[in-house]
Ligand binder design. Structure first.
Ligand SMILES: Cc1ncc(C[n+]2csc(CCOP(=O)(O)OP(=O)(O)O)c2C)c(N)n1
Ligand SMILES: [Mg+2]
Length: 377
């Protein structure tokens, strides 16, 4: 297997001028199996498939509304959109249960929505309002909802990875029937925290999925300029951990690959590293240009041809699961939800100044335990 991979890589490798590997499109394309429409649908109920479409559309429309509000100065601070990458979180979260956990980095609005957090609360957080998921004090990068098993929202690149290991350890220690998905950008995987976490997770067979959202850039730095190893999934082999590559522009491929890993984790067989190959259609953050100097307008336009929402809509139409008319109705509904979230945020109260001093330190209960530890003595 490893040998075939190396050959595919060599065949497609471009000329390179530095010690780093060049981008390798042959390698990227060689990963996805050829499947029939029926196989791609994996026997999923039409209702579930329509829901996946709805969730991707809601993510897209919600973030378009976010961009509009940002441009009007209603949202401040850092704000990173997920436009183009929706299939990754939607496909993967559909492959686990609501009582399982999700933790991610700062490109997080769609993950938060997908965990069931009310769009009004997500938008209110973006607006810095009291009704937001973090009482308006976290903003775009620091949403959280224990009730929805959504554990943030982390601004330090790679910082969430060891935290997820702690949660996975807790699951195992308490013999819970749950798993955790931890997401990160590809720029996080050459950090020490990533490697230490993979080692511990594999050693202790923790129920965790490491999902790398490989959108090929860490801000303006192309992956091949930052890593001596091009194929991220190979990093798992250093820890005797199973790995898989998924097409992050195809919600059903994400579902297929993630489902298998979730089942393995739930069965007590330990972690999986999943590399999702995806692309962001927008700038790194709201303060960055769409392409800048690190990629061309033509590159972005070419990738937009693979829009995960458009291609899934085509597939569902071909399979007679969702007509163009039904799609338009769905789109009108999610646009309305995004608008209403904006109105809710607009009309919500600002946090009281005293709240600045609240939620800073964890409180202890009478037994000297931290209040969030969940035990009563
Ligand atoms: C430890 C640390 N170093 C640097 C930064 C600044 N920074 C913010 S985002 C980013 C790029 C991360 O890229 P990637 O992990 O690929 O995620 P993407 O933005 O592509 O989703 C960097 C370097 C940071 N937030 N944390
Ligand atoms: Mg990236």
């Amino acid at each position: 297997m490893a040998e075939t991979k190396t050959k595919a890589r060599d065949a497609g490798a471009e000329e390179q001028t530095s010690g780093a590997p060049a981008r390798d499109t042959a390698w990227e394309e060689a990963q996805k199996p050829e499947l029939s429409v029926e196989e791609r649908l994996q026997g999923l109920e039409p209702e579930k498939l329509r829901r996946m479409m709805y969730d991707m559309l809601l993510g897209r429309r919600f973030e378009e509304k976010t961009a509009e509000a940002y441009a009007l100065g209603k949202i401040g601070g850092f704000c990173h959109l997920y436009i183009g990458q929706e299939a990754v979180a939607i496909g993967a979260i559909h492959a686990q249960r609501p009582d399982d956990y999700v933790m991610t980095a700062y490109r997080e609005h769609v993950h938060a929505l997908q965990c069931g957090i009310d769009p009004g609360a997500v938008m209110a957080e973006l607006y810095g309002k009291e009704a937001g998921t973090s009482r308006g004090k976290g903003g775009s990068m620091h949403m959280f909802s224990a009730e929805h098993n959504y554990l943030g929202g982390h601004g330090i690149v790679g910082g969430q990875i060891p935290l997820a290991i702690g949660v996975a350890w807790k699951i195992k220690y308490r013999k819970e029937d749950r798993v955790i998905q931890v997401y990160m950008g590809e720029a996080a995987v050459n950090q020490g925290a990533f490697h230490e976490s993979l080692n511990m997770a594999a050693l202790w067979k923790l129920p965790v999925l490491f999902l790398v959202e490989n959108n090929r850039f860490g801000m303006g730095t192309a992956w091949e300029r930052a890593s001596s190893l091009y194929d991220i999934s190979q990093k798992a082999s250093a820890y005797a951990m199973p790995a898989a590559v998924a097409d992050g522009m195809d919600v059903l491929d994400m579902y297929r690959v993630t489902k298998e890993a979730v089942e393995r984790a739930r069965a007590g067989e330990g972690p999986t590293l999943i590399e999702a190959r995806t692309y962001r259609f927008v700038g790194h953050s709201m303060s960055d240009p769409v392409h800048g100097v690190y990629r061309t307008k033509e590159d972005v336009e070419a990738e937009k041809e693979k829009d995960p929402i458009r291609s899934f809509a085509d597939l569902l139409a071909e399979a007679d699961i969702l007509s163009q008319e039904e799609l338009e109705e769905m789109d009108a509904e999610v646009k309305r939800i995004a608008e209403e979230a904006g109105e809710f945020a607009e009309n919500s109260a600002d946090p009281e100044p005293e709240s600045l001093y609240q939620d800073v330190y964890a409180e202890e209960d009478v037994n000297g335990r931290l209040y969030f530890d969940g035990r009563d003595r």
